[in-house]
Ligand binder design. Structure first.
Ligand SMILES: NC(=O)c1ccc[n+]([C@@H]2O[C@H](COP(=O)([O-])OP(=O)(O)OC[C@H]3O[C@@H](n4cnc5c(N)ncnc54)[C@H](OP(=O)(O)O)[C@@H]3O)[C@@H](O)[C@H]2O)c1
Length: 365
């Protein structure tokens, strides 16, 4: 029997390149793909893999390009520009779809195609990355611990210098402000709407609400109707985010956006050395409406390491036929323990008392 075919779209971007190399290391023999002839040719020569150049303007071209592909792994962000044509092509060609988006509108629009995906027998699994594999798995674990929970607060402490593509994606999505989930629906709130001191296992750190894709996936995984997602921010970034509410018209100005995009272009992404030393701390709290509460934590390697490992591991599982057709979340598809399939991720650290009166976390020891 021939090996199932994986195609990595955006394979010469910062994350795409790391994903392509990891997929090759794992023997997945991926087809490298993207829209830029020169960049793709260079990568195909260097990695000695098959390549497929196509852009995403014409949906039928995309469907044709995916006709012999079993799973497409989309690493081309901002995903607001790339997910829709690749999902269309996947549904038309019967190809499973995985991506690494953290963009809320993208995840929601993919979820809207659940019925079509079920009919087509296709798995649509977005957000197989730092946001949201660890948070989604932690949420599933908390829901197992407290099945009556009706609210979830999640946090990540992973602040690091982002890749150019992440900066571009944040700028691209800056107009939409913040978002939380309230009674099952997405609710728009101001940027950095709430601040909370969170103990990630190494003392309290100030975190602000962030519109991360986790407010979608964790809700769909657990069914918990209220979700807030927090991220630790250094003070200058917190202030900038909060003032952005009032500076929004300025931030939206074309010259400023252009300058930010150029600045972002100076650095591609964190170096190998930085990636090897980085880590992310994840915290979650589930609560019932009568005040019962559980807290759990998780520690992972560097955000980009988790993203690459998470994306490739997800694609591997999808290629192995481990997923049902339709819209899927990481923990919904593979369970809360899926995160332990990623290298360097150990157990959940559980507390049964509220965070404020909790004993020293094992993460500190
Ligand atoms: N969810 C998470 O936790 C997480 C973690 C890491 C990264 N990300 C996201 O992953 C994305 C990629 O990050 P990166 O650092 O790899 O960015 P990058 O280096 O800028 O790479 C982006 C890639 O996407 C391609 N691309 C962009 N727009 C396209 C379009 N309209 N049509 C076809 N190709 C297009 C680019 O190709 P060209 O050169 O041809 O434009 C490039 O190959 C970002 O959106 C980032 O926010 C998410």
């Amino acid at each position: 029997m021939s090996m199932p075919t994986l195609l990595v779209y955006g394979s010469y971007g910062y994350v795409g390149e790391l994903v392509a190399r990891e997929a090759i290391d794992r023997g997945l023999d991926p087809i490298l793909a993207g829209r830029d002839r020169e960049k793709l040719r260079e990568q195909v020569d260097e990695l000695d893999q098959p390549g497929r150049r196509f852009s995403l303007e014409d949906h039928d071209v995309v469907a044709e390009a995916l006709a012999d592909v079993d799973c497409v792994l989309n690493c081309a962000g901002p995903f607001s520009n790339t997910a829709e044509p690749l999902v269309y092509g996947s549904l038309e060609s019967g190809t499973d779809y995985v991506d690494i988006t953290g963009e809320i509108p993208v995840i929601e629009s993919i979820r809207d195609r659940d019925d079509e995906a079920v009919d087509a027998g296709v798995t649509l699994l977005p957000a197989a990355a730092l946001s949201t594999i660890p948070m989604d798995c932690l949420a599933a674990h908390l829901a197992d611990r407290l099945p009556e929970a009706d609210s979830l607060a999640l946090g990540v402490d992973s602040f690091r210098i982002p890749s150019i593509g992440t900066v571009r994606t944040v700028i691209e999505g800056a107009d939409t402000g913040g978002a939380v989930r309230r009674d099952g629906d997405l609710e728009r709130v101001p940027t950095a709407w709430r601040t909370r001191e969170i103990d990630f296992g190494r003392g309290e750190r100030p975190a602000v609400t962030m519109p991360m894709g986790d407010v979608c996936t964790t809700h769909y995984t657990t069914g918990i109707p209220n979700v807030e997602m927090y991220a630790v921010m250094p003070q200058p970034a917190r202030l900038a985010l909060r003032s952005h509410r009032y500076l929004a018209p300025l931030f939206e100005s074309k010259p400023l956006r252009w300058t930010l995009k150029q600045l972002a272009g100076i650095r591609e992404g964190p170096s190998k050395r930085r990636r090897e030393r980085g880590s992310a701390y994840v915290w979650g709290e589930a609560q019932t409406d009568d005040g019962e509460q559980v807290v759990s934590r998780l520690r992972t390697p560097d955000p980009y390491v988790v993203t690459v490992d998470g994306a490739v591991t997800t694609a591997e599982r999808v290629l192995e036929g481990d997923t049902e057709p339709g819209f899927q979340t990481p923990a919904g598809a593979f369970g809360a323990d899926f995160v332990f399939e990623l290298e360097g991720v150990e157990g959940f650290f559980d507390e049964s008392m509220p965070a404020a009166s909790s004993p020293v976390s094992p993460l500190l020891q």
